[in-house]
Design a binder for this molecule. Structure first.
Ligand code: HEC
Ligand code: HEC
Length: 253
């Protein structure tokens, strides 16, 4: 029953992974009280980052223009379906552009700066605010055409063994999802809740921050935030969760 629904999506270049029908959000593995916290429109601690992003969205850049001047006071002129498709291939730059990179480009090119650091708090806050606008939208990363090579590179990284622990993302997040690991339940490592608030650290982490945290755990030297490797990994990781609703800001351990 479930399978045929995914066939038209593959024809459109949407990812079909082995477990497409069994794709599960990290939300499904949470304790009921943690789910309730994420669902609470006042209590979700990640919403402070959304508010921080909204304030930045309404602040003028070097040319006197705010994001809000072009995209609406609350971002209502941004297309939520388009947000759910990131990363997307940029024909002009000939590379995949993540949502955070899109925001950085707008800051530099449409507001004349000051430039946003990829790893900085402002870029993370703006990304959290913008992705929150698309909450409930199904992730829909296209992996046909020029994206295919980046998806494949990301897939390889996901299956590479890292660090002294010598274990691949895929071993924990595909093979052992649902099992216990150091007092936590391993999930599929999906990205639909990102940027998410982490109860363990009290911080909000986006995809690249989360990838780094997992690589650190494996005692591997992680790639840099915003690196081409992590961008490819984000292409793969997001596409692997195609169809899952965006939950930003998720609440996770
Ligand atoms: C002067 C107008 C202007 C300003 C200011 C501006 N943008 Fe944009 N933005 C655009 C245009 C035009 C596009 C469409 C892509 C392009 O033409 O480069 C865009 C695209 C986007 C997209 C992608 C939408 C899609 O459909 O893929 C996002 C997200 C975005 N902007 C966020 C921001 C944020 C956040 C800021 C402030 C940091 C900002 N923009 C500032 C004009 C602006
Ligand atoms: C030793 C097991 C292990 C390995 C290997 C591992 N992780 Fe994780 N990862 C975890 C644990 C534990 C968590 C927190 C609980 C959960 O979501 O699984 C986590 C969480 C995540 C999350 C957040 C999921 C969410 O719902 O917000 C992402 C994304 C992720 N990992 C990606 C990766 C990537 C990419 C790699 C490879 C570079 C990787 N992980 C390698 C154990 C691992």
């Amino acid at each position: 029953m479930m399978r045929w629904r995914f066939i038209p999506l593959t024809l459109l270049g949407i990812a079909l992974t082995a477990g497409a029908a069994g794709v599960r959000s990290g939300y499904e593995y949470l304790l009921p009280e943690t789910r309730a916290l994420q669902d609470d429109d006042f209590g979700n601690p990640g919403l402070a980052m959304v508010d921080e992003g909204r304030a930045l969205f309404q602040r003028a850049g070097a040319n006197g223009k705010a994001c809000a001047d072009c995209h609406g006071t609350g971002g209502e002129r941004l297309d939520v379906h388009a947000i759910a498709r990131y990363p997307v291939f940029d024909q002009e730059r000939k590379r995949p552009i993540t949502l955070r990179e899109r925001i950085r480009l707008c800051r530099s090119e449409k507001q004349a700066g000051p430039a946003l650091s990829y790893a900085g708090r402002k870029a993370l806050a703006l990304e959290t605010f913008v992705r929150h606008l698309a909450r409930g939208q199904p992730v829909a990363v296209e992996i046909g055409g020029p994206m295919a090579a980046h998806y494949e590179a990301g897939r390889k990284l996901f299956h590479t063994r890292w660090g002294q622990v010598d274990i691949a993302c895929h071993q924990c997040h595909d093979n052992h999802a649902g099992q216990h690991f150091r007092g936590q339940t391993l999930t599929q490592g999906q990205t639909n809740g990102l940027p998410a608030y982490r109860l363990a650290t009290g911080e909000v982490a986006g995809a690249h921050e989360r990838f780094r945290q997992c690589m650190h755990k494996l005692r591997a030297e992680p790639f840099a935030i915003g690196s081409p490797e992590f961008i490819d990994l984000e292409v793969y990781a997001n596409a692997r969760g195609n169809g899952l609703p965006i939950e930003t800001p998720g609440v996770r351990y």
